[in-house]
Design a binder for this molecule. Sequence first.
Ligand code: MIG
Length: 754
Amino acid sequence: MNLEIAGNVQGFKQQDGILTIKTAEAEARVYIYSPTIIRVSISKNFNPDDPSFAVIRQPLADFDFDESSANIDITTPALKLSIQKSPLRFNFFTAAGSLLSEDDARFGTNWQGERVICYRRLFEGERFIGLGEKTGNLDRRSATYVNWNTDAPNHTPESDPLYKTFPFFIGLHSGLTYGLFLDNTHKSYFDFGASTDEETSWFGADGGDLNYYFFGAQGVAKIIEDYTWLAGRMEMPPLWSLGYQQCRWSYMSADEVLNIAQTFRKKQIPADVMYCDIDYMDDFKIFTWNKKTFPKPKQMLDKLKAMDFRLVTIVDPGIKVEEGYKEYDEGIEQDYFAKYPDGENYTGYVWPGRCHFPDFFRGEVREWWGAAFTALTQPGVEGFWNDMNEPAAWGQNIPWIVKFGDKFMPEVRNAYGMQMARATYDGTRKIMGNKRPFVLTRAAYSGTQRYSAVWTGDNTGTDAHMLLGQRLVNSLGITGMSFIGVDIGGFSGNPTPELMVRWNSLGAYTPMFRNHAIQGSKMREPWEWGKNNEQIIKKDIEQRYKLLPYLYSSFYQSTQTGLPVSRTLAIEHSFDGNVFDERFQNEFMFGDAMLVAPVESTKLTEDVYLPRGSWYRLSSDKFYEGEQIVNVQAPLTDLPVFIKAGGIIPMQSVVQSTNEKGDGILQVHVWNGREANSFIYYEDDGVSYDYEQGVYYKRVISFNPIEKSLSLSSVEGSSKSRFMQLKFVLHGFDGVKLQEEIIENKSGEIEVKL
Ligand code: MIG
């Protein structure tokens, strides 16, 4: 095998916003996307037609640079890229001249065959966060990872790779932050100094270009904002999808689905969503219903609707090989399936038996797939669960010779799931009129947040998996995915009742709150765990519903800034070593104001690290100063949740589903603090896209401790609030009594003095 190095610069030129640099062996192209985002792409052989699945922005026009005998320097208001000519190296600095990241002086970028790797200097004390759905610690220093979307049943808290690919990480050292996104869908590699004498970190891929975006903003939240500016942000989810979701592989008949839904209502345990896993279909044929067990889908959906339930149904990519089956016939006729190079359709075994796989990389195939959802939307399905899209086939080893679009499987495998989710989203959005579809996908690539929520696949019913799940959620949040769930209770195995209760309480603070279990497992619904536990589970689900105004506004924030709903403490406290301590690394902020500490089901007290600031325990209003480790009670009835001093949390009364109005009072909870704080409150109709036309309701809620006031700015947007009245609920304000006052929620400015 030959080693080819990038070599010395022989010449360069600028045209159409691209600075092209030539060496004897390779070519590098440099683009500026914004003052804080510079793209570098290095290749031996650029493919002229190589669109990005992730990036939705265009580079700026030509930019200035300075040439000296040794370097070509590009300076933006925020960032300096110094390109060393001999040999070619890319070194990034802040505008003030602090070194952020540089090529390893010895190796830089080089190739072994088609495999391209960039070796970079590892800084003393440098930490790494990101890469999305990756096991291991929050700080990825000394670990190594592979991106290769994989169906990973029975994975452990160490398994790698899992289902998704997000080749984006953030480096932290010397009080500085930077981000790097390797936009390459081949099998890719990241090594954060695992075995390089603490000198080198490296990343690269089995093929394609060494195509990366460098982010130089200072502050992790700003880097996430920039990354999601580049790769897109989620849109407002349907409000109902933020309610409690009940799933199982599978509820076997319409009667069973209806019966479960009815039991929620009878027991007055709030819930919004029922799921149909693969058994609703006729012989696992996608876009069909089983005629015996689901004979009248519309009737079932009407009944669900009358109970204020929505239905999500699963779809897999594999189309059963069977003449007379509509999707098979059409796919064959139109040539929509992935192929071997000789034109034969690729066949793999999955649930339906022998299957062909739609080529989601082609626009017309995505259109066709999207339109087929009428079989589900006509009876009234509103949510679409995309499974097995790594893609998975029994044997889990699709031949490398199979083609998707004009590429071979290994070139684009990591984006297949994303393209399926894209087809599902575009198609269902189109056929549902003005209604928001809910799309959920297992496999994903950077940018998937534009189309879909994700869940973390087949976990296991153990405490270790519950904690792992939280780390996955927190890490996916760094890479632009805000709407995330884990299978509560664990997909495989049977959790203990204590674990089920504990996991459900954490679920109330998970962006997507879904209970799911493998076939053959014990039933998992809230009433299956004994009377006492049922009451605890019910209370935690009620807590979720009380928090909906806060949660919906937090999702709005994700749509605007890319900041996730569940946030590792490393976003705000990036240089606080305790945050990365294995004892505390699973803690997270849920929105702006709540800190949640996951606790194993076997522990009834826990050490919690409270970072800078001061804090109140949610359940008792007990006050704590920050920057200390506190040992707190953690009974199964009371997961440790803390509110930041100054925190503002709008809440509502308990409702049985998001479709219910409740008592019409918006409760604005405020916890006393020394610093001023504000919260952007957002509402819209929760179901349509009218908000894109300004039909929403937005106002800023402010707390000012100096002026001793609480205020709401006048309303922006043309929508009315679903809350006619308003009530302030104060915590930690000794002697101030506003609790009982209920005032009109008028749209002009509102101010109360404390
Ligand atoms: O081969 O549809 O991760 O959530 O219940 C297993 C059956 C296929 C895997 C998914 C899981 C789902 C299951 N699926």
